[in-house]
Write a protein that binds this ligand. Structure first.
Ligand code: ATP
Ligand code: MG
Ligand code: MG
Ligand code: MG
Length: 474
């Protein structure tokens, strides 16, 4: 089953269970400055769950574009190191707004996985929140999962909250066991005890059951709700019989395209890391730009710049000296343009933005790399394990190296970066810029003032016309 078919199957399965198919919302959350990017299916329904907004339906299903890079959920560093994490991915979800609850949510998920997708039930493990006896019982009664494959877990993994106060509740994760041949070296390689690729979390069911007040007290909600999220790329990997998201039809064409551009062969092991990073980042950049984000130095724009420049550097690691990432936009559109017309419609624009940013970076990349090598060499000579905040700031300010790029390159050679020192240097520069703006204001004022004193003679004043133009009267 292709990734595109899987997305369709999911949506139509839940449509068949009375859910309204709602389009993905933008990666840039509407009216939520607290959130960097949409990172889950429930984001667009936050106000509905809070009772602040109403929709003409009580059940919804979506395929939601998500980015987890920066902010509370940040998987950037994990990408390419595990087989299952991306910065950009799609989350398939079904939602109940005070309609059905735990029993039905479990029944639907189980039916979809074992009947529609025909996954072998004996491969599926369940986690429940330690105190959620109801879920522990329901998984056995409704789905017939034997108790030995249901694991109780703590608050960190299995209790969800929208914020410090508000809706919250236990959750249940469905895990696909790739089998003992995928066991890692931890002893034991057991669900809950290790975080390796053997235990593939495919679906999270959140049971929004309580309201938490400022004192931390939980009150049962009169009409509990359901929020679920399933990783499209992960389930595709299982259905397509491959060990990694990067080998699915959703990402493999990007790796293939990169093989073409670099003339090198992809290696599924460690050596293939740059390919995986590039494939991932090409998708993230394409979708972020399609949703209106532009590379820049603040907030969302800065995250995009970091992702894009990181990909550009890995291109260099594969021997590609020219801008290349923009060429992958066409491949992303081929794979996903039908499901997400916004990327197909804006293909040329996205590629142009990407190419421009790559060119900007390339102009300084070589110089910056040379400077960084010098810094690392000196640090080594001086017996330091850390490069200073000022050194990292120079790379940022003069050569456009985002901090985490410097950290990554330094880290490859065993060095750390003084993060706090970098922040200090950044703050100092902001202060200088502010002071400079004040100076300009004072200067303009002096000029204007001089204009009024024209008849005193002396300095010739040339700025008068401009002041008149703006209608400013002193
Ligand atoms: P993990 O423990 O594997 O990092 P998670 O518990 O952080 O996943 P959830 O917040 O529960 O993930 O999101 C719901 C589902 O979305 C997950 O079960 C998984 O299938 C998928 N998912 C989460 N993060 C990613 C990611 N970075 N890349 C791809 N899929 C993801
Ligand atoms: Mg995670
Ligand atoms: Mg998890
Ligand atoms: Mg989870």
């Amino acid at each position: 089953m292709t990734g595109n078919e899987l997305r369709e199957r999911f949506l139509s399965f839940f449509a068949g269970k009375g859910h309204t198919i709602v389009p993905s919302s933008s990666l840039v959350p509407a009216n939520d400055p607290t959130l960097l990017f949409t990172n889950a299916g429930m984001v667009q329904f936050k106000d509905v769950f809070l009772g602040l907004d109403r929709r003409p339906f009580k059940r919804a299903t979506t395929a939601q574009k998500c980015v987890r890079a920066g902010g509370k959920h940040n998987d950037l560093d994990t990408v390419g190191r595990t087989a299952r994490h991306h910065t950009f991915f799609e989350m398939l979800g079904n939602f109940s707004f005070g309609d059905y609850f735990k029993g039905e949510a479990i029944a639907y998920a189980w039916e979809f996985l074992t009947r529609v997708l025909e996954l072998p039930p004996e491969r599926l493990w369940i986690t429940v929140y330690q105190d959620d006896d109801e879920a522990y019982r329901l998984w056995q009664e409704v789905a017939g999962v034997p108790a030995e494959r249901i694991v109780r877990m703590g608050e960190k993994d299995n209790f969800w909250a929208m914020g410090d106060t508000g809706p919250c509740g236990p959750c249940s994760e469905i895990i696909y066991d790739r089998g003992p041949e995928h066991a890692c070296r931890s002893n034991p390689c057991a669900l809950g005890a290790c975080d390796c690729d053997r235990w593939l979390e495919i679906w999270n069911l959140v049971f929004m059951q309580y309201e938490r007040d400022a004192g931390g007290n939980l009150t049962p909600l009169p009409r509990p709700s359901i929020d679920t999220g399933m990783g499209l790329e992960r389930v595709a990997s299982v259905l397509q019989g491959v060990d990694s998201n990067f080998d699915t039809d959703l990402l493999q064409p990007l790796i293939k395209a990169m093989e073409g551009l670099s003339g090198r062969a992809y290696d599924r092991g460690e050596a293939g890391f740059p390919f995986r990073v590039i494939a991932d980042h090409a998708r993230a950049c394409t979708f972020l730009i399609a949703d209106g984000v532009l590379p820049g130095n603040e907030g969302r724009s800065y995250v995009l710049r970091r992702i894009l420049r990181r990909a550009a550097r890995f291109g260099k690691a594969l021997g590609v000296e020219e801008p290349f990432l923009y060429r992958l936009v066409a491949t992303v559109v081929n794979i996903m343009g039908q499901a997400y017309p916004e990327v197909a419609e804006q293909q040329d624009y996205i590629a142009r933005v990407m190419r421009q940013e790559e060119e900007r970076f390339h102009e300084t990349l070589n110089d910056g790399m040379r400077v960084l090598s010098g810094i690392l060499e000196r640090a080594g000579r001086e017996g330091r394990q850390t490069i200073t905040g000022q050194e990292a700031f120079t790379l940022y300010d003069t050569y456009g190296f985002p901090l985490d790029l410097t950290e990554e390159i330094a880290g490859e050679q065993g060095f750390k970066v003084d993060r706090a020192g970098f922040e200090d240097a950044m703050a100092a520069q902001r202060e200088r810029a502010r002071a400079a703006r004040e100076d300009v204001k004072a200067y303009e004022f002096a000029l204007a003032f001089a204009g009024n004193l024209d008849d005193i003679g002396g300095t010739e004043f040339t700025g008068y016309g401009r002041l008149e133009d703006t209608g400013k009267v002193l």
